[in-house]
Design a protein. Structure first.
Length: 465
């Protein structure tokens, strides 16, 4: 092959990673005064911002001698990191094995196989520690494959570093730092942690806002420091059921919660009204940015990173039948949300304070005939719940300790939703959670148990007769 490249050409496709445009949103965010701009990452050659991560992980592994010629790259991936790794592997002659959870779109699986990669599918509905989980299966394959390199995007510092050395400087150069807020969905945390660190170093006033789907544990962890039980949701690529070491939540200024339905409707709007052919986590990020913008007193310039393309979700988000059968389309807006259940459940939610004692807690449960007690801090934000079972266990083990602080009994055995969460989703949340706290703008609006949902559904059905 000639040494000299033809004029206007690059040596291989990886040279086309990056230099993606930043575009103003002109229609979908009309309701807020802030200007919202999006960094369109599906224009990377393997289709997402993870191309940058894949290149950095492989460079780093080669430099450390962890990946050698003819080696096999193994990863637990929801698709995009796999596509990036598979693209680089195709050029450099590595083999690839990807382990994916079964909720991923067929398009993502087919895309990886198109690059020549092997794909192994694992069940979503198992704990990360379960031997069938995609984390466990990928570890086993690594142990059994000679010349294996585990890319390990959840714990590989080369992931956030990719955004620190590549994505963020590119954004800074493009914008000259002329933005007030950076918004990104949170999966491994590579994007928000890598970009966030770079932006905060350049300008500590830049606000970093993470977006988290209802069902993931990040939101509650940021707000209360508690690791609550995660439950399943449909949007792909964001939210976690454990804390990856690539995530640095301490950088965040705030986190915004979004639900599947609003993510998907916004994704469809971004394609139909802005012509931006982006995927589900992009709708989530923009919806998160709009929700954040609604809380601002002064308009700001908000930059949102859009990770990937609509191409991978054509059979789901862009398929009306799939949307309808999952309750995301043609929904009667006037009924069927958590707010409607709360309306049927008059009276204020009974809470305890951080300074309450075990004796106070028992008194409250007895007086109001309730079984759980959310505990509020000095700013009236909830910090977990105490249940009658927690009190019972405490009393059995600690005789005569009624003046002990109640806060030591607080547990994380609950899920958090917003008043806009649909009843359909609430039903599936109750498969995993005993108690649901309804929270909006850091305010606790209510507490729901299964009987509240049963009560609501029964009265709806009686009214329909
Ligand atoms: C579609 C999509 N959106 C968002 C993210 C989240 O990015 P990060 O892992 O950098 O937090 C990912 C990560 O896999 C993704 O695939």
């Amino acid at each position: 092959m000639a040494d000299q490249l033809m004029k206007g050409a690059v040596a291989d496709i990886t040279a086309a990673v990056g230099k993606t445009p930043i575009v103003r949103l002109n229609h979908v965010a009309e309701e807020v005064k802030s200007e919202i701009y999006v960094k369109v990452e599906y224009l990377n050659p393997a289709g997402s911002m993870k191309d940058r991560v894949a290149m950095n992980i492989i460079r780093d592994a080669e430099e450390r001698g962890m990946l050698r010629p003819g080696g096999t790259i193994i990863e637990a991936t929801s698709g995009n990191t796999g596509a990036g790794l598979a693209m680089v592997a195709a050029i450099r002659g590595y083999k690839c094995v990807f382990v994916m959870p079964d909720k991923m779109s067929q398009e993502k699986i087919d895309g990886l196989r198109a690059y020549g990669a092997k794909v192994v599918i694992c069940p979503t509905a198992v704990e990360p520690s379960d031997p069938r989980s995609y984390y466990s299966v990928s570890r086993r394959i690594v142990e059994e494959t000679p010349g294996a390199f585990y890319a390990n995007q959840y714990h590989n510092p080369a992931n956030p570093e990719a955004h620190y050395v590549n994505t963020a400087p590119e954004i800074w150069e493009q914008t000259g730092g002329d933005f007030d807020v950076f918004v990104a969905g949170m999966g491994t945390g590579g994007t928000i942690s890598g970009c966030g660190r770079y932006f905060k170093e350049r300008n500590p006033d830049v606000q970093l806002i993470g977006v988290d789907p209802i069902g993931s544990l990040y939101y509650e962890y940021v707000k209360t420091g508690r690791l609550t039980k995660a439950f399943s949701y449909y949007v792909e690529g964001i939210g976690e059921d454990f804390l990856p070491s690539t995530m640095n939540l301490s950088l965040l200024d705030d986190v915004v919660q979004v639900d599947d339905r609003e993510c998907f409707l916004m994704t469809r709007d971004l394609v139909r009204r802005e012509g931006i052919f982006c995927g589900g986590s992009c709708g989530a990020a923009v919806m998160g940015a709009i929700k954040y913008a609604r809380t601002l007193k002064e308009p700001k310039k908000i930059l949102v990173l859009l990770p990937d393309s609509a191409q991978k979700y054509l059979s789901k988000i862009f398929n009306d039948e799939w949307m309808r059968s999952n309750g995301f389309l043609d929904v009667d807006e006037t009924s069927g949300t958590v707010a409607h259940i709360l309306k049927q459940k008059p009276g204020q939610v009974i809470t305890a304070e951080l300074s309450s004692t075990v004796r106070d807690g028992i008194k409250l449960l007895k007086k109001h005939g309730i079984s759980q007690l959310p505990v509020l801090d000095d700013h009236q934000r909830h910090c977990g719940i105490v249940s009658e079972l927690d009190l019972l266990n405490f009393l059995l083990q600690n005789e005569g300790q009624l003046d002990q602080p109640l806060k030591e009994l607080i547990t994380s055995d609950y899920a958090t939703v917003s008043p806009h969460t649909r009843i359909q989703l609430l039903k599936s949340i109750f498969n995993d959670a005993k108690v649901v706290l309804v929270v909006e703008n850091d305010r606790l609006l209510g507490l729901l148990t299964k009987i509240d949902l049963i009560d609501y559904l029964a009265s709806e059905q009686a009214a329909a007769k």
